[in-house]
Design a protein around this ligand. Structure first.
Ligand code: C2E
Ligand code: CA
Ligand code: CA
Length: 746
């Protein structure tokens, strides 16, 4: 602009100079009038040019102003703010981007738009504005409500600054922005929601100020504790029935940990003393200063009731952690539905009351807990040990009615109970008696079973520190089993186990094909006890392992002697029990015995039953292979009485199949004959040698011959014979064959 002005002045001076020089030139030639006209024209044209330039310049600056105003407007629009310009003297307010359509008015009112500001906020706005006018604040800043042209209130944030003052420093003009802070409204909505929640809360709630003076309460507070709101307001926090020091300690905890939760007893509006849980939380403002405390009173009456109900109902006894009486009955009910055999052992402690009375309940309880732990360890995997109440306990042994298993457990329990407990400097010796019932034999409901078990326990107590079955036959059997167990223990020590031998005959030649070693238990007092009686007990107690080794050792020893004497040259078949078969070191045990007796494994055959191998067929195959690899023959005993899995039979490395006596007996009928025919055929297809067991009659021999059975064993030829008898039998066999040899050659 300045440049243009300078140029215009230069042009003006230039034209004036031209006019002057022209006039001088004219005067010199006496042409004064003409020169004057020319000068005036030149000056006028210059003035016109000058005026045109000014107009053009004004136009340009106006459009520039419009442009920047437009830019400013769009910037303000984008920001969402309303821009205002207030002429303080005239009261005129110009607004850009006015959302509230507040038409500018010319009223000189203070503050401007006074009539639109919420009456409650007006004083506040007025105060802040005056403060800015008095130069006490750099900015005017206020949040207040303002009414729009539709009569709707808006929360706004208004900020401004004086930009012009007169000579006396009185403010002339102020500009600023107004922003709609509508998000505040949603915050307010949330606050309202929270307020409603607090109001409808069942728990009583009280809000205190930072000095623990009550500010407000919710309706539940009055429902619970009665009274009216006003009587509580401004009162200091306290709990009726609790002294000041307790209240102070609560306050201190809250101050220290920001929170506290306590169980207290307070009286409700009906003066009933009820359990309450009070929880106190502190509330802080943005500056992290505590402004309030919120106290929530939760009535625990219902919770306590259900808790104790749950406790009663729950299935675990607290003292011993054992399942309790409730669970006992429901478990027994379930077991009864399964129709399985199970045994129930019930006992109490003989002198427990004395201990409780003299040493106190606490010690009594810990004794019970210790006992429970000790006994629980003895139970089998699926047995459950219960505390029925007081000093009464029960053990449920599922899936068994085996007297030996049950009596062993009863004995173990009695021994464990009788082992003294060391507690609080005392050595406590307790005794007990166990009553035993069997399901379903002794009752078909849990109640009857328990009653009968109690009766049995009562009788056992008379004997003292013992166990008794409810059923007398059971008692007799139990006693007998126990006697045999004891006899076997004694018999093993005293060498009362002997081996008898039963010959196996070749059906075609009628000559000895081998023999089976059969154990005989010969007791000095009770005479010979049959293997059918003691073997199952020995299996249960594990004594069969020792007995089996005695038999194998004696059989090897005897065979070695007959071999050396030239009386025998075949295999001896020794029965192997399931327990022995599953011994991890079975093969090495056998190796040791064979070596000790210097008997080659070629002379040994082992008889195993289907039950033994079917428990874990894959494992059985592995064991059988390792035995077979040593040259030991393997026979499947009692074939047809067990699982009879032909599919597996193929996989087992067997040499011999022994057809059970029951099939041989059945050959009287055609069906029975067909059955044996099938078994023999299958065996031969599997390359197995067939032995018929329990052959008693000549008629059976002729049938078996027809069916191509190779070997026979049974009373027809011989009963099991003692070592001496068998030696005689061998000698007789030898002389017979010598005789037949002489006959053949002569
Ligand atoms: P088992 O292995 O089937 O033995 C055959 C049983 O049938 C033997 O009974 C034998 O005396 C009997 N017996 C043989 N021929 C006849 C006959 O013609 N008629 C009749 N009625 N019976 C006959 P034992 O010796 O009483 O043995 C019974 C069972 O005891 C054996 O059955 C076997 O399972 C087991 N056992 C015998 N000795 C031992 C042994 O040393 N170890 C093992 N683990 N078990 C053995
Ligand atoms: Ca056998
Ligand atoms: Ca057999």
């Amino acid at each position: 602009m300045k440049k243009i002005k300078i140029i215009k002045y230069i042009l003006l001076l230039a034209s004036l100079a031209t006019a002057y020089s022209a006039s001088a030139f004219e005067s010199s030639f006496n042409l004064n009038l003409n020169a004057l006209v020319v000068s005036v024209c030149a000056i006028m044209s210059l003035v016109v040019v000058y005026l045109l330039t000014i107009v053009h310049s004004l136009k340009r600056s106006h459009s520039q102003l419009q442009l920047s105003e437009k830019r400013l407007k769009s910037t303000v629009e984008g920001s969402g703010d309303t821009l205002w310009d207030w002429n303080i003297k005239t009261g005129k307010v110009i607004r850009i981007n006015d959302k509230y359509v507040m038409n500018s008015n010319n009223l000189v009112e203070f503050p401007p738009n006074k009539s639109l500001i919420h009456p409650r906020d007006l004083t506040h706005v007025d105060y802040l504005l005056k403060k800015h006018f008095a130069e006490e604040s750099t900015f005017f800043e206020a949040t207040y409500r303002i009414k729009d042209s539709f009569g709707k209130w808006h929360w706004v944030l208004d900020r401004g600054k004086i930009i012009e003052k007169d000579a006396n420093l009185s403010p002339l003009r102020m500009t600023g922005t107004v922003r709609d802070i509508s998000q505040l409204k949603s915050t307010e909505d949330r606050l309202n929601l929270f307020a409603k929640c607090v109001e409808s809360l069942t728990d009583a709630l009280a809000i205190y100020d930072k000095d623990f003076r009550l500010v407000d309460i919710n309706p539940s507070f009055l429902t619970l504790f009665g009274g009216v709101r006003e009587q509580y307001l401004k009162k200091e926090f306290h709990l009726a029935g609790y002294d000041k020091s307790y209240i102070e300690s609560i306050k201190n905890t809250v101050r220290k940990h920001e929170h506290i939760q306590e169980e207290v007893k307070l009286r409700n509006s009906d003066h009933a003393l009820l359990p309450f849980e009070i929880s106190i939380d502190e509330i802080k403002n943005a500056q992290n200063q505590i402004t309030n405390y919120v106290v929530v009173y939760s009535d625990l009456t219902e919770r306590k009731k259900t808790e104790s109900e749950l406790n009663n109902l729950s299935n675990i006894d607290r003292t011993t952690s054992l399942p309790n009486r409730n669970l006992f009955f429901s478990d027994l009910q379930k077991l009864a539905k399964q129709h399985s055999h199970h045994a129930l052992l019930v006992f109490d402690l003989d002198n427990f009351k004395k201990i409780n009375d003299s040493l106190g309940h606490q010690l009594g309880d810990s004794l019970l807990a210790k006992l429970a732990m000790r006994l629980n360890k003895l139970t089998r995997e699926n047995d459950v040990f219960y505390r029925l109440g007081g000093d009464e306990f029960a053990l449920v042994m599922s899936n068994t009615n085996d007297i030996l298993t049950i009596t062993r457990m009863a004995k173990q329990f009695l021994a464990a109970i009788a082992t003294p407990f060391k507690m609080a400097g005392h050595e406590l010796a307790i005794t007990s008696s166990v009553g035993i019932v069997l399901f379903p034999e002794d009752g078909n409901t849990p109640e009857i079973l328990l009653k009968n078990a109690d009766t049995a326990m009562y009788h056992a107590k008379k004997k003292g520190n013992s166990y008794l079955f409810f059923n007398d036959t059971m008692n007799r059997q139990a006693v007998k089993r126990l006697q045999i167990e004891n006899l076997m223990r004694f018999g093993l020590k005293e060498d009362h186990f002997e081996v008898y031998y039963q010959p196996k005959m070749n059906i075609r030649t009628g000559k000895l094909a081998g023999m089976e070693a059969l154990v005989r238990f010969i007791t000095p007092k009770k005479g010979v006890i049959s293997p059918g009686v003691f073997i199952p007990i020995a299996e249960e107690t594990g004594q069969i392992i020792e007995i089996g080794e005695v038999v194998l050792n004696k059989a090897c020893r005897d065979v070695k002697q007959w071999l050396d004497a030239g009386l025998f040259n075949a295999r001896v078949a020794v029965n192997l029990s399931a327990k022995q078969f599953s011994l991890p070191d079975l093969t090495s045990r056998i190796d040791v015995i064979l070596q000790k007796n210097e008997l080659p494994s070629y002379f040994l055959e082992l008889e195993i039953t289907e039950g033994t191998v079917m428990d874990d067929p894959q494992e059985a195959i592995a064991i059988m292979r390792s035995l077979s690899a040593r040259g030991i023959h393997l026979a499947m005993d009692d074939f047809g009485t067990g699982y009879s899995s032909l599919a597996y039979l193929k996989q087992f490395p067997l040499n011999t199949l022994k057809v059970d006596k029951a099939f041989i007996d059945d050959m009287k009928t055609e069906r029975g004959r067909n059955m044996v025919d099938s078994i023999v055929t299958i065996a031969h297809n599997l390359d197995l040698h067939v032995v018929a067991e329990g052959v008693e009659q000549a008629s059976q021999i002729s049938i078996l011959e027809e069916l191509n059975c190779e070997t026979l064993q049974g009373y027809y030829y011989s009963k099991p014979l003692s070592k001496d008898e068998f030696t005689a039998f061998l000698k007789q066999q030898q002389s017979q064959s010598k005789l037949s040899l002489i006959r053949a050659t002569s």
